[in-house]
Design a protein around this ligand. Structure first.
Ligand SMILES: [Zn+2]
Length: 208
């Protein structure tokens, strides 16, 4: 049987080997920091080591979505993190992120460009809003910071999207630039969300 001292040492070793550290102070108050170097493709941290799964059509899923921490997994389940246990759900948004959130399985944060020890692990939130362009100001500090976390689709965009006019061209140019940016950070699935939102707005405006 192991002595209590040995047990204590084993526990200390386990924590000192933890590849990430959860800190109170960062971009938005809390964040995840690397304790070792990560290379693209490596899993950095589980999204929610403790979590619940509820069917996507359960009314509770809508309520939980209000926390902005839920993850849609495989189109069927909503992962709800237990926020008493730190995890990748604490990652802040960055406009030039070094990691990405993958929702398959139990959800994970995966490195997309080298992360150095001590560096904050950031992901792209991919929030899409309608007619609220300045909803979520971004403080990430990246030279390429977009200024806002959310990408907004407006009635103006919906109206002019397919118009052969300078306004239509401007809208398409903006959406194309956004799609190129999302692909460059491995977040192409957000392009679909933008497309869905545009279709919703067009339907609302009677432009189906
Ligand atoms: Zn930013």
């Amino acid at each position: 049987m192991a002595s209590p001292r040995k047990k204590g040492q084993a526990r200390k070793a386990m924590w000192s080997q933890s590849p990430v550290q959860f800190r109170e102070r960062s971009i938005a108050g809390r964040g995840v920091f690397a304790r070792k170097r990560f290379e693209p493709g490596e899993v950095v941290v589980a999204y929610a080591p403790k979590q619940r799964r509820i069917p996507v059509d359960d009314p509770e899923a809508d309520v939980a979505a209000g926390t902005k921490l839920t993850l849609l997994s495989e189109g069927a389940w909503v992962i709800v993190p237990d926020t008493s246990v730190p995890g990748g759900w604490l990652c802040n948004h960055g406009c030039d992120p070094n990691a990405a959130l993958y929702s398959s399985g139990e959800g994970r944060i995966q490195c997309i460009r080298s992360i150095l020890p001590g560096e904050e692990v950031t992901i792209f939130y991919g929030w899409v809003s309608s007619n609220e362009p300045e909803r979520d100001p971004c403080l990430c500090g990246a030279p390429a910071c977009r200024g806002f976390i959310n990408f907004d689709v407006s009635d103006h965009d919906a109206l002019h999207f397919d118009a052969e006019s300078p306004a239509g061209e401007a809208v398409r140019r903006r959406l194309d630039a956004y799609a190129a940016y999302l692909r460059s950070i491995d977040q192409a699935q957000v392009i679909e969300t933008v497309g869905d939102r545009l279709r919703e707005l067009r339907a609302k405006l009677g432009l189906t």
